[in-house]
Design a protein around this ligand. Structure first.
Ligand SMILES: NC(=O)c1ccc[n+]([C@@H]2O[C@H](COP(=O)([O-])OP(=O)(O)OC[C@H]3O[C@@H](n4cnc5c(N)ncnc54)[C@H](O)[C@@H]3O)[C@@H](O)[C@H]2O)c1
Length: 277
């Protein structure tokens, strides 16, 4: 028996990075997957975002594990599209048990007051409102199922501490914690648990690009991944520069499984000790 055998998980941002890793990890433990991703560029995002081919790769990886997956291109900013994707997934797969609200973007400015209106708005729309949309689309299915459920919101270490020059990201990720705590209280009577994850740097395309390298090393010309490693490691207590997507997926799997059946309202760091430094 897998640790989430027979369950169905809805994952946003599933085309690549942590979202794909979550889909694979949950499928390895017996879950079927409802996957959603934008698979397109957002103008204010300073690195290449996922493509339809990336989402196809997630589909193939889950199917190779003999699990079913319903994948849809949808924008978490568009509640109607997100609801239609979840409704369709539940109609095809028969139930919903787990929600991973993971889709997100990053961006920086030379001082938070120098962010453009569009940069601020896209960040809040995707990293905060998009998370709420995912829960709004999923909760009616969890309640109707009558079996409880587990909702995991991906925040960040930046949801529990400040970083300079990314006030829009920090604000959105702190907002996710407030949403998590509120939903945990509201949904506890239905045995639906709600928790958040707070990763340190994770090895995904979101941070492995020159814009984010420069955020950590403003004085370095054309910084590389090799330059980034020691600067990134300095923020962690454990002697590693970053964690792997699977490290976050393992925490998500635990929270999704019945092993965590009495854990709700918790902000769980997977941060190599960053927050105790
Ligand atoms: N990588 C890190 O260091 C790190 C650290 C802490 C938290 N996080 C958070 O982890 C989550 C996953 O990020 P990742 O590291 O896998 O990065 P990623 O860029 O590889 O993956 C993010 C995915 O979300 C999708 N997405 C973005 N906007 C969307 C929208 N409007 N609608 C639907 N899908 C959309 C992207 O297309 C992409 O596939 C994000 O919420 C991010 O903020 C990342």
């Amino acid at each position: 028996m897998g640790r989430v055998e027979g369950k169905v998980a809805f994952i946003t941002g599933a085309a690549r990075g942590q979202g794909r890793s979550h889909a694979i990890r949950l499928a390895e433990e017996g879950a079927d997957i409802i996957a959603v991703d934008l698979c397109a560029q957002v103008d204010t995002v300073p690195y290449p975002m996922a493509t339809p081919e990336d989402l196809d790769e997630t589909v193939k990886a889950v199917e190779a594990l003999d699990r079913r997956i319903v994948a849809t291109q949808a924008d978490v900013r568009d509640f109607g599209a997100l609801k239609a994707a979840v409704d369709d997934g539940v109609a095809q797969l028969g139930r919903l048990d787990i929600v991973a609200a993971n889709a997100g973007i990053a961006g920086t400015a030379d001082g938070t007051s120098n962010l453009t209106e569009a940069e601020w708005q896209d960040m809040i729309d995707i990293n905060l409102t998009g998370v709420w949309h995912a829960t709004k689309a999923a909760v009616p299915h969890l309640v109707a199922g009558g079996r409880g459920g587990s909702i995991i919101l991906t925040s960040s270490a930046a949801g529990l501490m400040a970083y300079p020059n990314i006030g829009h990201y920090v604000a959105a990720k702190h907002g996710v914690v407030g949403l998590m705590r509120t939903l945990a209280l509201e949904l506890a009577p239905q045995s639906i648990r709600v928790n958040s994850l707070h990763p340190t740097q994770v090895d995904t395309p979101m941070i492995m690009n020159e814009t984010i390298f420069s955020l950590f090393m403003p004085d370095k010309q054309n910084p590389t991944r090799e330059d980034f490693a020691p600067a990134s490691q300095e923020m962690n207590a454990l002697p590693i520069p970053w964690v792997e997507p699977r490290d976050i997926s393992n925490a998500l799997l635990f929270l999704a499984s019945d092993e965590a059946r009495y854990i709700t309202g918790v902000a769980l760091p997977v941060d190599a000790g960053m927050l105790v430094r």
